[in-house]
Design a protein around this ligand. Structure first.
Ligand SMILES: [Zn+2]
Length: 242
């Protein structure tokens, strides 16, 4: 019977194996699923407790395995892809005799062009590319979010106080009781409808400072597909890294 395990917000395919030959409960994580093996007469509750106790370990290792399965480690070189607004851009590193490092988005070619002093090589060069990417993304994220905040706050008839760009591992945005909105710059790698959802979500907090049914109704009024966008973030959010 296909089954799944829900740990926090992550859903993992799950398999349980019981056998009289198994002496103790153990967990095995493969790229496809999490498998728990247990002695034949182990009670359901005991298995559940074991999973709960190891929840963090399972989540951490499952996520790590998924990430390494889908993405080879970055070397920050020509030929690699970077995502921006849900599009996969080709990274192109161009050596120049100058000292300047710059990033330029060639929209027509779906290419992110990075100019780099040719003297920078090896690790130094990788680090320099990473840094300029970081800067470029933050710059773009600020502009994209501001434009969307202005658009949606007008549509929704609300006014926010201050907007700040944030970098957080697991949070995409927040809104304080003072009406200050924080948004995670990494989200600018996600498709635009997901960004619209994030902005609508935080702007809705200007009216409801909670996640009540009324709050979600309000979000749905401007973003009927919000559940799909939340799922997207849950499933793909961890891959939005440079
Ligand atoms: Zn919220």
């Amino acid at each position: 019977m296909p089954s799944s395990l829900k740990l926090g917000k992550t859903i993992i395919p799950y398999e349980e194996r019981k056998s009289s030959r198994i002496k103790r409960i153990s967990i095995r994580i493969t790229p496809e699923k999490v498998r728990v093996s247990a002695p034949a007469r182990t009670a359901k509750g005991e298995i559940q407790a074991f999973i709960e106790k190891n929840q963090e370990w399972i989540l951490e290792n499952w996520t790590k395995l998924q990430e390494t399965m889908v993405k080879p480690p970055r070397v920050y070189e020509t030929g690699e892809k970077v995502s921006y607004l849900g599009k996969e851009l080709n990274l192109e590193i161009i050596d120049t005799p100058h000292k300047m490092i710059s990033a330029f988005y060639r929209k027509d070619q779906e290419t992110l062009e990075i100019k780099m002093p040719q003297e920078l090589q090896g690790e130094q060069r990788q680090e320099a590319v990473r840094e300029i990417l970081d800067k470029w993304y933050k710059q773009k994220a600020r502009a994209v979010f501001l434009q969307k905040l202005n658009l949606w706050s007008r549509q929704m008839g609300v006014t926010y106080n201050q907007f700040r760009l944030k970098e957080q591992k697991t949070r995409w945005g927040s809104c304080s009781s003072l009406g200050n909105i924080n948004l995670n710059w990494r989200a600018v790698m996600a498709p635009e409808p997901v960004l619209d959802y994030l902005v609508i979500h935080e702007l809705s907090h200007l009216i409801y400072l909670n996640h009540s049914a009324e709050f979600w109704e309000h979000v749905a009024r401007y973003c009927p597909e919000h559940a799909a966008h939340r799922r997207w973030l849950r499933e793909k959010g961890h891959s939005l890294v440079i």
